[in-house]
Design a protein around this ligand. Structure first.
Ligand code: CDP
Length: 229
């Protein structure tokens, strides 16, 4: 029987982690989990329920309401893994700039992280998983057989995210997106609870000058080495 491994992919905002994680999972016939989508789903809920805005943040109310929330994933008709909130598919609602602007404030709450990490570990208990995020190699799966730390130049990342949003008919400008990425990188790297760090056993993948096919080949080879060793 083939050895099954866990693959943790961490890194800065919009550096192509999700694309890489998704493609790698499909090549290996593994499950793919976008952990960021879970924090985005909760942020979407908080915005919709007037728990967070530029002027206020009802943090304790959100923590209490979180008890009633069921966050999970479902495969849609195209076999795409979509985030669900109380069984509603909200995948097309969580990538807005509004959600992006508040998500790191919500992701720094200890109770939020506890809930998400518990779900993420359950999803990965049988291995054969590729999960991307900020704390996957450090906190969620510290024993993952392969850990990648993905990074890219900030302007390259901004252009990629702009294109991604444009393809989803979301209109934003370069400076707005860049500012959001810089702010999130700062908050994610400096928070007290499970900050984004490059763990010692992670392999750094700077994909500024790599196509998605090139980065996939590199990651796939690294995964095969682990699977066959
Ligand atoms: O796709 P992008 O790189 O823009 O971000 P994401 O993966 O969708 O994550 C959105 C936000 O969720 C991040 O900026 C973090 O604040 C938070 N997050 C986290 O704290 N821990 C994770 N494992 C994943 C995301």
């Amino acid at each position: 029987m083939k050895t099954l491994i866990s693959i943790a992919i961490d890194g800065f905002s919009a550096c192509g982690k999700s694309t890489l994680a998704k493609d790698l999972a499909s090549m290996l016939d593994y499950n793919y989990i976008d952990s960021g989508a879970m924090y985005r789903a909760l942020t979407y809920f908080a915005i919709k329920n007037n728990l967070i805005s530029a002027n206020f943040f009802h943090k304790n109310l959100l923590i209490n309401k979180m008890e009633e929330l069921d966050i999970g994933f479902v495969l849609d008709e195209n076999d795409k893994n979509c985030i669900t909130l109380n069984n509603n598919n909200i995948e097309d609602k969580i990538r807005s700039i509004e959600v992006s602007n508040f998500v790191s404030k919500i992701a720094e709450i200890h109770e939020v992280r506890e809930k998400m990490v518990k779900i993420q570990r359950e999803l990965g208990e049988n291995k054969a998983i590729v999960m991307d995020g900020r704390d996957i190699g450090s906190v969620v799966f510290p024993d993952a057989e392969l850990k990648l730390f993905v990074t890219a130049d900030i302007d390259v990342r901004t252009k990629r995210r702009l294109l991604e949003l444009k393809n989803k008919n979301i209109v934003v400008n370069f400076e707005e997106v860049k500012k959001n990425l810089i702010e999130r990188d700062f908050l994610d790297s400096h928070r007290k609870d499970s900050p984004l760090i490059q763990v010692e056993d992670a392999i750094v993948l700077d994909n500024s000058n790599l196509t998605k096919e090139e980065q996939l080949i590199i990651a796939h080879n690294l995964a095969l080495n682990k699977i066959n060793s």
